[in-house]
Design a protein around this ligand. Structure first.
Ligand code: RET
Length: 301
């Protein structure tokens, strides 16, 4: 029997699919400039917003761990983590980008599969990472020219289209093996055909849209919005219009600080970087590392 929460979950996926089809239809007749502008607006609004309550989430979850002055301690730890990541990008850019892509893969996969697995296992982390990496390398391969320019700008790595294809194939093969094993072990709640269909939809999206538009559709529609809903459920017990405004109320200041620091980043780094997307990557990486730790704790609780 389908439960209320499962029903909402199914309904949400249908809505995401509809929005994706709309965005795809939109990309057919719009141009690169319009897509780019809307993509940035979406990343700066929903994309950044979904990481805007991290400090509050850590404070809620770590009240017992840090005791008195836990708010200040959490804030200090958070700022230190961000500074460490920026230092890593300055001195070891290759290692920094590699870790960022790996951790992003894990994070995207965990968001997508977290509620879709029956039981828990150490190997789930590998499954999440492979799934997310498969999505990311699909983008890198399909938009290889632009993606490798940005990757080169950020890290100095010069990667050919064939290399993206080799990595995509290896990741795809490993994912397929683990996926088949999970089906065999009856670990998956989700419908396999529906999940494969989503991957085909992502492939079509990345092929049809520009790099930034395709990435935004995945990042906003399939990642940030479901993540916002999970966070509202965690913080307030339910996700609706009222709790969304509550969420906005507690996160707007963090969101504002993020946007101001992004503008700061831009003026600081614009001479060294050819593309604005490169600056966006430093910024996303800086907020992603703490965000992944927070969300991973939240997803498993
Ligand atoms: C390297 C690279 C990209 C990867 C971006 C990633 C990996 C973003 C991850 C964001 C996360 C995890 C945010 C937090 O929730 C792009 C933009 C596709 C463009 C091509 C080069």
């Amino acid at each position: 029997m389908i439960q209320q929460s499962d029903f909402n979950f199914v309904k949400l996926r249908n809505i995401l699919l509809l929005v994706t089809i709309f965005a795809l239809w939109f990309s057919v007749f719009s141009n690169e400039q319009i897509e780019g502008t809307i993509a940035y607006v979406l990343i700066f609004s929903f994309g950044i917003l979904h990481g805007s309550n991290d400090i509050l989430l850590i404070q809620v979850a770590s009240r017992e761990l840090f005791g008195n002055h836990h708010k200040i301690k959490v804030l200090a730890l958070y700022i230190m983590t961000i500074l460490t990541i920026l230092l890593l990008f300055s001195f070891l850019p290759k290692l920094a980008l590699l870790s960022f892509v790996l951790i992003s893969g894990f994070h995207f996969g965990e968001q997508h599969w977290g509620k879709n697995l029956i039981g828990k296992d150490h190997w789930d982390k590998l499954f999440f990472t492979l799934y997310g990496l498969f999505i990311l390398f699909m983008i890198f391969y399909i938009k290889s020219e632009q993606a490798s320019d940005i990757i080169n700008d950020v890290s100095g790595f010069s990667i050919k289209k064939e290399t993206f294809l080799i990595i995509l194939s290896i990741v795809g093969a490993l994912l397929a093996i683990q996926w088949i094993l999970y089906v065999y072990m009856k670990r998956l709640k989700a419908n396999v055909f529906e999940e494969l269909f989503f991957l085909v939809v992502f492939f079509v999206v990345f092929s049809t849209a520009t790099l930034l538009w395709g990435f935004s559709i995945y990042f906003i529609v399939w990642h940030s919005v479901p993540s916002l809903i999970d966070q509202m459920n965690f913080l307030y017990g339910r996700a609706n219009q009222k709790t969304f405004f509550k969420y906005l109320k507690s996160s707007w200041w963090y969101w504002l600080i993020s946007i101001i620091s992004l503008i700061g980043f831009y003026f600081l780094l614009r001479d060294d970087n050819e593309f604005f997307t490169s600056i966006l990557i430093y910024f996303l990486a800086a907020i992603t590392f703490p965000h992944v730790i927070v969300m991973s704790k939240l997803e498993s609780s």
